[in-house]
Ligand binder design. Structure first.
Ligand SMILES: Cc1cc2nc3c(=O)[nH]c(=O)nc-3n(C[C@H](O)[C@H](O)[C@H](O)COP(=O)(O)OP(=O)(O)OC[C@H]3O[C@@H](n4cnc5c(N)ncnc54)[C@H](O)[C@@H]3O)c2cc1C
Length: 383
């Protein structure tokens, strides 16, 4: 086995790290406090390839593999959890369905602008006020009328939609239900009848805009459907498999940043005449964090590698997301513990990281949903 990254992957990771350290990390606290999207930093991401990580090079993207994307998202998460969530969602959830299921014409029409950031980001609208984990309960309807879809319903908790040019929307296209009842349809955000609500007031990832939306008879051309009508649910599950690797990577980045802050503090601050880092209780928290971060990163890289080999990876993506997100919560919690009262203050970054990490066990499938995915596959294995 070879655990070394290729020279190209190492070079890419250092370039993204340098960008994040200069453009994102120094401003993460202020954008969190103002609950504001860091539009300027995101604009600067396009030339580096961060807005089209999985988009083929001939369409203006970076043409990365999943491992390359995971390396970048870890760096983004290290720098700013909110911005990382928006960029991860743009690439995986927004561009992802077009890359995976778009026709050549659809790809040429939308992906170059998304990869260049020219018209804003992309969003994916699955969740509704009454349907989150249980996507079979989605009620937003798209009816075919002549050459158009007419869409009515509402979505909730949609990342990026206020800074996006399009939202790929999971719609019920067969009222009678069943596994072929849904389709993914590309909806321009400026379509008449589409209303974006005010920003959600959130505990963390506050630099990432999240909104509810309503579709009031929104009309889009029939050809905006991705793939064959009726394929929306399996397409969505495939998109979420990739997204989970990304949330795992983001969680590793958050935990790494929290460990770095805790380590620095423990070496500077003294208690009982010695640095905090000399106390065994503190060393154990640091040792556990370093070990768990490494384990989570290996799970993330394994899932990414399997995806890049075109091998099944649903189980490994769920394991990576589950372990990394729960690990990040514990590591950030313990980082606050190591900083004591300063850890609880917004003057230090660890309380923000803790709030950001809290989302990772909820978005793109809760921990309970990941355990369902994992258990189903483990229990189906013959002993
Ligand atoms: C900041 C943020 C950004 C988001 N971005 C997006 C986005 O871009 N696009 C989008 O479509 N959605 C987005 N979401 C929504 C997110 O994906 C959902 O919140 C998530 O899937 C859970 O759905 P829910 O909140 O409706 O919880 P529910 O499905 O109502 O679940 C509530 C609780 O019950 C548990 N539960 C549910 N079913 C079971 C079961 N069968 N067994 C055991 N436990 C169960 C869940 O794990 C959870 O703990 C975002 C959410 C947030 C907070």
């Amino acid at each position: 086995m070879d655990f070394e990254l290729s020279p190209e992957h190492r070079q890419w990771r250092s370039a993204v790290h340098a960008f994040c350290a200069a453009e994102l990390q120094p401003h993460a606290a202020e954008f969190d406090e103002r609950a504001e999207f860091n539009a300027e930093a995101v604009r600067k991401m396009a030339p580096l390839g961060l807005l089209g990580m999985l988009v083929p090079e001939e369409l203006g993207g970076a043409g990365l593999d999943m491992l390359g994307a995971a390396l970048a998202v870890e760096e983004l998460g290290w720098a700013c959890g909110g911005s990382a969530l928006s960029i991860s969602a743009h690439n995986g959830l927004g561009c992802g369905p077009l890359v995976l299921f778009g026709s050549d014409e659809q790809k040429r029409r939308w992906l170059p602008d998304l990869a260049s950031g020219k018209n804003g980001l992309a969003a994916l609208g699955l969740t509704e006020p009454g349907a989150g984990s249980d996507l079979n309960s989605v009620q937003t309807r798209a009816e075919r009328l002549g050459k158009e879809w007419v869409i009515s319903g509402s979505k909730a908790w949609i990342t990026n939609v206020s800074v996006a040019s399009l939202v790929i929307t999971l719609c019920r296209t067969k009222p009678e239900g069943g596994s072929h009842a849904f389709s993914l349809i590309v909806v321009p955000v400026d379509s008449p009848g589409l209303h974006v609500g005010p920003p959600e007031k959130k505990m963390g990832v506050r630099a990432s805009p999240t909104h509810a939306m309503t579709y009031d008879g929104v009309r889009v051309p029939f050809e905006n459907v991705l793939g064959e009508p009726g394929q929306g649910l399996p397409q969505t599950l495939k998109v979420l498999d990739g997204g989970r690797i990304s949330i795992g990577a983001l969680s590793v980045g958050l935990a790494r940043a929290a460990l770095e802050a805790a380590q620095r503090y423990a070496q500077e601050r003294t208690a009982f005449g010695v640095p905090l880092a000399s106390h065994q209780a503190i060393q154990w928290m640091i040792a556990d964090a370093a070990t768990q971060i490494e384990a989570a990163r290996l799970l993330v890289h394994q899932a990414a590698w399997l995806k890049d080999q075109d091998r099944p990876y649903t189980l490994q993506a769920a394991q990576a997301k589950l372990y990394a997100s729960e690990m990040a919560e514990v590591v950030c919690r313990n980082a606050i513990q190591i900083l004591g009262s300063y850890g609880y203050s917004s003057e230090y970054p660890v309380e923000r990281m803790y709030r950001d990490a809290r989302l990772m066990t909820i978005g793109e499938g809760t921990s309970e949903v990941q355990r369902m995915v994992i258990a189903r596959r483990v229990l189906a294995t013959e002993l």
